[in-house]
Write a protein that binds this ligand. Structure first.
Ligand SMILES: [Fe+2]
Ligand SMILES: [Fe+2]
Length: 475
């Protein structure tokens, strides 16, 4: 089960050749996928040989192989973690029953919706990142961008496989629609708003892979608990790939900060104007980008109170983060959780039934996890001896979903009037001027071992290769 058959048109470890109908359907989808990749995949990259990792097994030890590949020839395939013997449902109303190997009729619509919503984010991020290759700060970074892109493409395959195999004609139609929606398109946008935002520069890209790919991690972790076993096994393997995306984000932002701090110390200044003139991104601008990406991403967890979240949990479709490690009854009836609301011009906590607050539970787990990397960024600043600290904004800041949407809250968690908001928003969120400045730094650096002025080189290369390795051959 764990070995992958690469002799087939669609590499897989699901014995695809034994199900002719499914194989044919996916082989018909494949050229449409490749057309989408040609149209919406990384701009101008078709003839490059890129040092990519490809999954060759689902064995946690040594699952990937590295080598130069032309991206359109990347072997996108279908890889599920091995079946766990006698796996049981471990939360919700069906707790203790055998996990489902097929989709129960009564949960079909909800499962389809969950899979389509997850699937839609994968091609969306490729579309958002499609022009970044033109302004890469180094070959090393270009390679990492392309690695993220091909794996998001594979994540789309992972979801389309489930749709084709378990949802019949509806599933095939959804598979087509996933190739038709476009990030940011007015008439046919991607499903979730954060995936319709632009990723116009590399600071945005690093913030996106740190914060928004981490949302991916949390959604995948919740789905890895699912009673629908094929979904659990698919998402478990996707998580293996996801870890690298967040590494790209965390190390990318860290290197930007490192370079800025170095120039701050050289010039002995914290004046943003002087630092900008010296060609690095001042820390307050980095904070504003952080505020933006954090707030847009925590909206992805959905409304703080949601009857759908309760249904998804109780019916066993979607668990909590690390459901198996928690010591409660895993049914949650009669339990409560605190969510925020505004009363008399102040944020106050309110107890609500936990089942309805499961989006908030997942959001709070995500926030705890996000803070870790921000603290590691602060270590870089601290080590440079600079008295500035980055901070994730209050979770009520700049929200567009749930009770807190429509309330103006400062990054430190005070409800403010429109007037105060308007006066300070330029300190809190990146404005046109910030974005124009960051854009002005973006230029294409592709000589092996060279790096743009605004970012420090990484500590080490990919797969133990040197930093100045030829990660991309442009031909
Ligand atoms: Fe993904
Ligand atoms: Fe990702």
């Amino acid at each position: 089960m764990s070995s992958i058959d690469y002799s087939e048109k669609i590499p897989n470890n699901v014995n695809l050749s034994e199900d002719r109908t499914l194989q044919r359907a996916l082989e018909q989808w494949q050229p449409n996928y490749l057309r989408w990749w040609d149209d919406m995949g990384p701009d101008g990259s078709q003839s490059f040989d890129v040092y990519l990792r490809t999954a060759v097994s689902v064995d946690p030890q040594g699952w990937a192989q590295f080598g130069h590949v032309k991206m359109p020839d990347y072997r996108w395939g279908i890889f599920l973690n091995p079946t766990e013997k006698d796996r049981r449902i471990h939360f919700g109303d069906h707790r203790g029953e055998a996990a489902w190997q097929d989709v129960p009729g009564e949960h079909r619509a909800n499962l389809r919706r969950i899979i389509v919503t997850q699937g839609d984010t994968e091609p969306a991020s490729v579309e958002q990142q499609r022009h970044l290759g033109l302004t890469c700060p180094s070959q090393y970074d270009l390679r990492n961008l392309f690695q993220v892109n091909v794996e998001e493409g594979r994540h789309l395959w992972a979801m389309v496989y489930l749709l084709h195999k378990y949802f019949g004609r509806d599933g095939r139609e959804e598979g087509e629609a996933l190739l038709e929606r476009r990030s940011g398109n007015q008439d046919n946008p991607r499903i979730l708003q954060a995936f319709n935002e632009k990723t116009p520069d590399w600071l945005s890209f690093f913030m996106f892979t740190y914060f928004t790919d981490r949302d991916g991690k949390f959604q995948l972790c919740a789905l890895a608990e699912s009673s629908f076993d094929p979904l659990a096994r698919t998402t478990k393997f996707m998580l293996t790939e996801e870890a690298h995306h967040m590494f790209v984000g965390e190390s990318g932002v860290s290197r930007v900060i490192q370079r800025t701090c170095q120039v701050m110390n050289e010039l002995k200044t914290d004046d943003p104007a002087k630092l900008r003139a010296a060609g690095v991104i001042d820390l307050p601008t980095i904070q504003r980008y952080l505020n933006f990406h954090f707030s847009v991403t925590i909206d992805l967890f959905g409304a703080d109170q949601s009857s759908n979240a309760a249904i998804f949990y109780s019916t066993g479709l979607k668990g909590r983060f690390e459901e198996g490690k928690r010591n409660d009854d895993h049914v949650l009836k009669g339990q409560h959780y605190k969510v925020l609301e505004v009363q008399g011009g102040q944020l106050v906590e309110k107890e609500v039934p936990m089942l309805n607050a499961l989006n908030e539970v997942l959001r709070d787990d995500y926030i705890k996890d996000s803070v870790g990397g921000v603290e590691r960024w602060n270590k870089v600043i601290e080590k440079a001896g600079i008295p500035f600290r980055l901070k994730v904004p209050h979770k009520a800041f700049h929200r567009n979903i749930g009770t807190l949407s429509g309330v103006k809250v400062s990054p430190d968690g005070r409800v403010v009037h429109d007037h105060e908001w308007n006066q300070n928003v330029e300190q809190w969120l990146p404005g046109d001027e910030d974005r124009a400045f960051v854009a002005s730094l973006m230029g294409r650096i592709v000589e092996p071992g060279k790096f743009a002025h605004w970012i420090a080189p990484p500590m080490m290369g990919i797969n133990r290769q040197p930093v100045d390795f030829e990660y991309v051959r442009f031909n």
